[in-house]
Design a protein. Structure first.
Lengths: 312, 271
């Protein structure tokens, strides 16, 4: 009896630690093609790796060359990277191109990594925000518009092209070894700014658990939008304390003051457009994903913080 | 010994520590819940509240055992006194009851989360932003929740309007019906006299972004407080017209009014 052909998957954002972890997990059962618009990454002989801008015509050649069964789009440019315009081009127009090509070449499964930032941090947020809650962040900061637009696009394709089986994963703070996002930079630094008098509740997911979540999403074709977060919480300042960071309070009222200070300091780990996330909680409810995909995070908060504390 | 440890040692007695430990609370691995509740802070808050409750306001409580020992319940009370002292006293009374104590949550005004330190502190001791989604999710968690349906209309009213119940919102009744949660009415007497206000400077309140700016002495009077808890009220069936919901709300309001009159009658002196 002939062997069942191995599925072929395109993984974007290959230069990131999360994508590499996902590739490692899927490599045994799938043929992976990795792509990143920032740099070409060496992922060994088994995994072809490309450095391509999604908006260039040559990107389509990949779809012509490989018969992709699935696309795992982890290549969202974070709000702390590039300029607003370049981010828009990469995240919105680039994702549109990716989804168009996926539809054109008969891809049967698309997983898009989004972020809990799309919900926006406002004082009136209830806790345990579920997937139906409005996405307020576009109205709060122009720097987060591309993240919301990316989601809107993915949502459009989810309903217009059901055969793509689009699943959008809104993850909480992804942290752990190799992660270079805002939160991971903060936790790994010796001193970290805090807004005086504010310590919002936060959620953290270990990079390995997030990779597990993406792998589970690949294995089960349930389309839709899902929050991904462990059912565990900690206050921001307590998290810093547990990571061994010295907290530097920044005056928090009136709100224009911390914003001005953050703009002057230009810290990548404490950008002015994310200040609200260090002031008000955005606690998401990840139970629907956990139930649907039988997902249980394996690494505890203590384990996550111990890593940062031991690697100062 | 650090400052935090010193304050902790002064505030937390082993007795109150044990009392809190008796109460089960669904928290995560680091002692927090999604709304910011923190068991360590609750112990400190309880230590402080004990002095306020027993020595400063010398609270007399009647009918605390009317609150069910488990399951979702809404504790509905009249609101007064400019500051949320009534919520703290009701919360302490329930957490400190001899048989089956519970740590209730209190729905707080929407402007508190914007106030540095205070917002976080209230969350840590069990205060939760007054949002129907929060209330619904906590009822699903079988929590006991203190709600003041008058909101700022009650807490910000002037001394001349004392013990006159303001308009009740209907939200709590919808939640009680939907989640099959009994309502325990509470009449609070005494908090009106803690910070008597003679006027409210509305333009100042608007400029500061606070619900009210009362003209009052910057002092909290040690008025004697009476808390009268009524029998649980049950309201089934959520698919009824809004008019009938309002009638049910009025029934709760009347019961609270009766409990206030009872407290006023029992009260022998203001202080």
């Amino acid at each position: 009896m002939p062997n069942k052909p191995r599925p072929q998957i395109l993984v974007t954002g290959a230069a990131g630690a999360l994508a590499q972890q996902v590739i490692k997990q899927l490599n045994d059962t799938c043929d992976i093609v990795a792509v990143d618009f920032r740099e070409q990454v060496d992922l060994g002989n088994k995994v072809p790796s490309y450095c391509i801008d999604f908006n260039k015509r040559v990107f389509e050649d990949l779809f012509r060359r490989y018969q992709f069964d699935g696309v795992i789009h982890l290549g969202r440019v974070q709000s702390s990277e590039l300029t607003r315009m370049r981010r828009y081009n990469a995240n919105v127009l680039g994702t549109q191109k990716l989804l168009d090509l996926s539809q054109k070449y008969g891809v049967k499964r698309v997983i898009v990594l989004s972020t809990y930032h799309v919900y926006g941090a406002v004082a009136y947020n209830p806790a345990l925000i579920d997937e139906c809650a409005p996405l307020k962040s576009a109205g709060l900061s122009a720097d987060l518009v591309d993240s919301v637009e990316l989601e809107n696009l993915a949502n459009l394709y989810l309903w217009r092209y059901p055969e793509l089986n689009v699943t959008i994963l809104r993850a909480c703070n992804i942290v752990g070894p190799g992660v270079r996002n805002t939160m991971s930079r903060l936790l790994s630094s010796k001193v970290a700014p805090v807004l005086a008098g504010f310590s919002p509740m936060m959620q953290f997911i270990h990079i390995d658990d997030m990779a597990d979540a993406i792998t589970l999403a690949w294995q089960k074709t349930t389309k839709g939008v899902f929050n991904v977060a462990p059912h565990d919480w900690v206050a921001y300042q307590q998290a810093l304390k547990l990571c061994g960071c010295t907290r530097i309070p920044i005056v928090s009222v009136p709100p224009v003051l911390p914003k001005t200070i953050a703009k002057i300091l230009r810290l990548r780990s404490f950008p002015h457009y994310l200040l609200a996330f260090f002031k008000y909680p955005v606690v998401i409810d990840g139970r629907t994903f956990a139930k649907e995909f039988n997902f249980t995070p394996k690494r505890s908060l203590s384990e996550i913080f111990r890593y940062y504390r031991d690697n100062k | 010994m650090g400052l935090a440890s010193f304050i902790r040692s002064k505030l937390i007695s082993s007795e109150s520590d044990n009392q809190i430990d008796r109460i089960e609370k669904p928290t995560g691995s680091l002692g927090y819940d999604p709304w910011g509740f923190n068991s360590d802070m609750v112990k400190m808050g309880m230590g402080l509240a004990r002095h306020v409750y027993e020595k400063y306001f010398r609270v007399e409580t009647c009918g605390i055992d009317n609150i069910p020992a488990e399951g979702p319940v809404l504790i509905i009370a009249n609101h007064s006194g400019q500051l949320p002292l009534d919520g703290i006293l009701i919360g302490y009374a329930l957490a400190n009851r001899k048989v089956k104590p519970r740590l209730p949550r209190a729905m707080i005004e929407r402007f508190f989360p914007t106030v540095p330190w205070l917002g976080n502190m209230l969350n840590e001791v069990g205060g939760v932003l007054g949002d129907p989604v929060n209330c619904a999710k906590m009822l699903e968690n079988d929590e006991a929740i203190i709600v003041f349906p008058e909101g700022v209309r009650g807490s910000g009213k002037l001394y001349r309007d004392r013990y006159q119940l303001q308009r009740f919102g209907n939200g709590f009744m919808h939640l009680a019906m939907k989640h099959n949660a009994p309502i325990v009415p509470v009449g609070v007497v005494g908090c009106e006299e803690t910070i008597p206000a003679i006027a409210n400077i509305k333009p100042l309140a608007k400029a500061l972004g606070v619900p009210y700016a009362p003209i009052a002495l910057p002092f909290i009077f040690p008025a004697k407080v009476h808390l009268n808890f009524g029998k649980p009220m049950y309201f089934g069936g959520s698919e009824i017209p809004e008019e009938q919901v309002t009638e049910r709300v009025e029934a709760v309001k009347s019961e609270i009014n009766r409990l206030i009159v009872k407290g006023l009658t029992e009260r022998k002196r203001l202080f």
